[in-house]
Design a protein. Structure first.
Length: 260
């Protein structure tokens, strides 16, 4: 995806900030040693999950059409979108109809991401692959992403998001069908769309549990297979990438076409 000298130029050009509550795009300084990530569930013309990774003062962004899966056998399509400002990390609400991405946005997960210790993500993202560990409230453990070769007249960047087989691997439905409320406010998508005020007695799954529903089980993130939290492994990365690349093209062709 071509990048302008201002990495947020495309983001700003697509939005009318007099009409949308989204924050105006400004490149921000890094606020701490840890890199942030978040996932926003976005019900626009098609429901998807926006994965955002902090890098160089912006949020590198992908629309994961079916959401993340804990199953290492799943290769989830992730369409690269424009960089977003760091201030977007806490955005939750409704984008007006007629505006770019019009629809309901939920802050679905948040935390920190750790690049693979042997890889510079600034370099590998341009090469078309990323390997990292997520320390989120819902998404945890090692993940890989890689860019697919364009087909025909495709102009955008189609990537694949894949869970590495580690202590946090699990079922295909262990995330998107289990966690149905905002990690920030405990609201459902319908409650956000209706403008319902966040509950006073807590946030996210904890608040939903106290309210007696709306958050799936109300439990915390999927437990690891062992008590020790994994870190990015130095071995096996090439094998993971080769295996994933060899089977990525088996994705249904229809999934590659997405309107956000």
């Amino acid at each position: 995806m071509p990048r302008k000298s201002d990495p947020l130029a495309t983001y700003n050009e697509k939005r009318d900030f007099a009409k949308t509550a989204e924050p105006a795009g400004k490149v921000g300084p890094r606020k701490g040693k840890a890199l942030t990530f978040m996932v926003q569930k976005h019900d626009a013309s098609r429901l998807h999950y926006d994965l955002r990774l902090e890098m160089d003062g912006t949020l590198k962004s992908w629309a994961v059409t079916r959401g993340p899966s804990l199953d290492p056998a799943d290769k989830r399509l992730a369409v690269r979108t424009e960089d977003h400002p760091l201030s977007y990390a806490t955005f939750e609400g409704t984008i007006p109809k007629g505006q770019y991405g019009g629809g309901t946005v939920m802050l679905w997960d948040r935390g920190h991401w750790i690049p693979h210790p042997d890889k510079d993500p600034r370099k590998t993202i341009e090469e078309g692959h990323l390997h990292f560990t997520l320390e989120g409230e819902r998404m945890k453990g090692e993940w890989v992403m890689f860019r697919l070769k364009p087909r025909g007249k495709e102009r955008g960047e189609n990537w694949i998001l894949k869970k590495v087989d580690d202590d946090y691997a699990g079922s295909p439905t262990g995330l998107t069908e289990k966690y149905l409320t905002s990690i920030k406010t405990g609201r459902t998508m319908n409650e956000i769309a209706e403008g319902k005020a966040p509950p006073r007695n807590g946030e996210g799954d904890r608040g939903a549990k106290r309210r007696g529903g709306g958050g799936g089980t109300g439990a915390g993130p999927p437990p690891p297979r062992s008590a020790r939290s994994p870190s990015p492994s130095r071995g096996g990365f090439r094998d993971q990438m080769r295996a994933a690349s060899a089977t990525a093209r088996a994705q249904p062709s229809g999934e590659r076409l997405v309107t956000l």
